[in-house]
Design a protein around this ligand. Structure first.
Ligand SMILES: Cc1cc2nc3c(=O)[nH]c(=O)nc-3n(C[C@H](O)[C@H](O)[C@H](O)COP(=O)(O)OP(=O)(O)OC[C@H]3O[C@@H](n4cnc5c(N)ncnc54)[C@H](O)[C@@H]3O)c2cc1C
Length: 400
């Protein structure tokens, strides 16, 4: 179904009016910059209420089937909503793992029972999902996962530990990659994928403090936790296949995002506006040729990234390397954002060492916090280095 420009324009007018009426005023407490940093009950309640309101208005899951709580519309409509959420500076949609990868995964590979059981509660924000892939000794090398799942009648018994589990302490469910067959010849063939409950005996999530000073991820310990065998997706030994599909959603290779509004939008224009009032040696900061040079480089890169986003929507321009642009967008986009936020921090001179909570910190340490927070983006879903390897091997066909 391709939507006419006029219909989308009309929809945009409707959504914009709704945002004007409904976007809540900023609360008296700090909101997270992205879904990776939801660290207090107060933040969670606020964001959950907001997601529920957006969904109730019919603006979330625009392209998910109606019977599972969606709107059954063309994906272009979710794009419109996302742009309007960003333009209105609206709070983020916090249930990103559910909306962005579990939902699309179930729609593609799940059974009818799984879809009926889980999808609507993801959209409404009632049920939160987390992702149990990384382990203390196995992050990039995901195929080496050691957490064990042993079949016992109608249940699996889980033992082991997952780490960096975003929202693990609040989640109702986890997409869990665990080892069912430690003797399999290929390590990948011994893995299975579960839609595991979290609020059961034997599952403990311990929050970990981040470099930003905030919380958001956890170490999760499984100690003889018993989960229903019906939570196994596909069959035993097929976990790697499902995990790779999940990562395709996470890395943007596969479309199907429930929403892209999962982080506060911080653009180069915000930075330039912010720095206009700054001075260096009594002169406006942007009179300094080296500052101008750095700013212009960042602006040109931002333009190139935006053009790549547009190119991605034109299949004729991507047919030679279909995965190339999405994969390189994560790689280049997150690294660009890190450098941009570092620039915003460094330009404060000696004050750049001040942080949130210091009364003298510029804008309450906004750029410093944004810079530290950005490391989550360059590491999560595959580090920059691993992403470069994937592009080299799977897109360009270079040797390992
Ligand atoms: C904010 C945040 C949220 C996260 N949320 C989740 C979550 O919800 N669920 C989850 O399962 N995980 C989550 N992660 C974990 C994330 O997926 C891992 O941190 C990531 O995959 C890297 O694994 P690692 O930390 O074990 O580092 P390692 O794999 O030990 O890597 C260490 C360093 O070595 C480099 N390296 C490793 N292998 C190679 C290679 N083959 N070639 C070149 N360089 C290499 C890496 O780039 C990195 O610099 C999160 C991480 C962060 C930062």
């Amino acid at each position: 179904m391709s939507e006419s420009k006029a219909a989308l324009k009309e929809f945009q007018t409707e959504v914009r009016a709704w945002m004007k009426e409904n976007v809540p005023a900023p609360p008296p407490f700090l909101l997270p910059l992205s879904f990776l940093e939801v660290g207090t009950e107060q933040q969670l309640d606020f964001l959950r209420e907001w997601q529920h309101r957006v969904w109730s208005a019919g603006y979330l899951g625009m392209h998910w089937p109606k019977e599972y709580g969606g709107q059954g519309a063309d994906p272009a409509y979710q794009g419109v909503v996302d742009r309007e959420l960003g333009a209105a500076n609206a709070p983020i949609m916090f249930n990103t793992i559910g909306l962005g990868w579990v939902g699309p995964l179930l729609l593609e590979m799940g059974t009818e029972d799984e879809k009926a059981k889980y999808l609507k509660a993801i959209l409404s924000g009632e049920e939160i999902w987390c992702q149990g892939f990384s382990e203390p000794d196995h992050g990039s090398d995901l195929g080496a996962v050691q957490t064990r799942a042993v079949r016992d009648g109608d249940e699996y018994v889980i033992n082991g530990s997952k780490i960096w589990t975003t929202m693990g302490n609040y989640a109702d469910h986890m997409i869990l990659l665990a080892r069912t067959d430690p003797t399999a010849e290929r390590k990948y063939d011994g893995l299975s994928f579960f839609l595991s409950p979290m609020k059961i005996p034997g599952v403990d999530a311990v929050p970990i403090r981040k470099v930003t000073g905030e919380y958001g991820f956890n170490q999760v310990f499984f100690t003889d936790a018993r989960i229903p065998a019906s939570t196994l997706m596909l069959e035993e030994g097929k976990g790697w296949q499902v995990a790779m599909k999940t990562l395709e959603y996470e890395r943007g290779v596969q479309a199907g995002q429930g929403t892209s509004h999962w982080a506060v939008s911080i653009q180069i224009d915000d930075l330039i506006d912010d720095l206009r009032g700054f001075e260096r040696d009594g002169e406006p900061l942007f009179q300094d040729p080296s500052v101008r040079d750095q700013a212009v480089t960042l602006i040109m890169e931002a333009k190139a990234l935006a053009l790549s986003q547009r190119r991605m929507r034109l299949s004729g321009l991507t047919s030679d390397f279909p995965m190339g642009l999405p994969l390189s967008s994560k790689y280049r986009g997150t690294e660009w954002a890190r450098r941009m936020k570092l620039f915003g921090t460094a330009m404060q001179g000696a004050s750049s060492s001040l942080y949130m909570g210091d009364g003298d910190a510029y804008r309450g340490g906004f750029w410093q916090r944004a810079y530290f927070s950005n490391f989550g983006m360059t590491i999560g879903g595959g580090t920059t280095q691993v992403q470069a390897n994937i592009i080299a091997e799977h897109v360009l066909g270079l040797p390992k």
